[in-house]
Design a protein around this ligand. Sequence first.
Ligand code: SAH
Ligand code: SF4
Ligand code: F3S
Length: 469
Amino acid sequence: MRTPNTAPTQGELERQNQFMQKIAALNEKMERKPRFFINTFGCQMNAHDSEKINGMLQKMGYEPCNEEKDADLIIYNTCCVRENAENKVYGNLGYLKHAKKDNPNMKIALCGCMMQQPTVIETIRKKYRHVDIVFGTFNLYKLAELIWTNIESGSPVFDIWDKHGEIVEDLPAVRKYKYKASVNIMFGCNNFCTYCIVPYVRGRERSRHPDDILKEVRTLAADGVKEVMLLGQNVNSYGRGLDTEITFARLLRMINEVDGIERIRFMTSHPKDLSDELISAMAQCDKVCDHIHLPFQAGSNEILKRMNRRYTKEHYLELINKIKTAIPDIAITTDIIVGFPGETPQDVDETIDVVKKVRFNGAFTFIYSKRTGTPAAEMPNQVPEEEAKANFNRLLDAVNPIVYELNQKKVGNTYKILVDGVSSDPLYVTGRTEDNTLVHFKGCKELIGEIVNVKITDCKTFYLIGELQ
Ligand code: SAH
Ligand code: SF4
Ligand code: F3S
């Protein structure tokens, strides 16, 4: 792993453009355009990075394809937040070894969070020699140069940095959806929750300048985007370290003024930094959706302390009260971990107590996964798998009936739905309410990208069924 000796700047983007052009010239001479396939693991940060990779590759003259087997260039954008995310990547890579025997011209590139771990790089060098290009989370913008180096040298190219340079603006990106888009407002994380690998693989927290963010949002709006999702590991600390005085609440108010944008979402909020100023901004900005994703992770104060979350159960519940008072229709979703080292069934009772008091509209529930290099991996009393599973099931039994009840209350009401796509039954389309609940209803694909009124007629635990009005 190396430290970048030159910080990337806007001039660097120009340099990368030149590599993109050189590759495009090569690709133009081919009988057909070479095809690429990106397999994205992990969170919305990675999904958005994949949109940038997509944008750069199309500029280089590659075209996307729908199936891995048809691709000349396969990219795995990896995640390492839990062990099973890593295992999936290794499993797929094993399979690609055979695929490459059948098609020796196939190129394989790996990037993303998993690649920031030296042990992973060692494993790939030793056991997965069929990989051609490896890069990390800090030098994504160099993709063209890395591909060029690989073509010229004919040898594998590994380029992983151990920390970030400056933020490179204006990378081309191809959005998955025409009418909704993700926008990074910050990168990295400084919180070091003791179970979490993200700060080690995504580096220190740095915010984008509000002018750059607004410029991007305006460009998106001009291109037909109606919904933006503002992304950061902890959006509530947005603005720290910038040379201009700004908070996340103020940024929301500025984006709320952009013509053409109809819905604003954001994730993730950390409870320790959630301010009253943000709650008022959410209540007052008409475009900010009535939904907040506020992970609480655990209900026991002892566990929260050892997780280094820096809030208590009481503080979290108080925050929820404030939010519900200011925005009565708000939908609240969360992340919960079960099986953190030393967690007892009584600690899990505290977690279940929070679930029952808050009544979440949805929860991502995880069994703790030991991540080498994090403080929690060294803690005594790692919880046996069986015990963690039993507690996990108890938690689900508390979460799911509440989600169902809250959905059931929506039956009979009419909501504005932004239509996302065709459902598995082609007569139906899917979309989301402002509070992010998934809705299926009869409709044609021409509705995709429109905001329509849908009356809810039935509900399941994880989605609603409705009729177009
Ligand atoms: N920055 C966000 C979360 C990013 S990771 C936040 O702090 O809210 C998404 C979720 O993965 C976390 O909220 C946590 O619930 C879960 N997670 C992170 N590390 C984990 C681990 N080692 N084992 C199990 N779940 C984990
Ligand atoms: Fe991980 Fe905590 Fe940072 Fe979220 S806030 S990314 S859980 S260290
Ligand atoms: Fe996201 Fe996974 Fe990285 S959750 S930040 S892709 S480790």
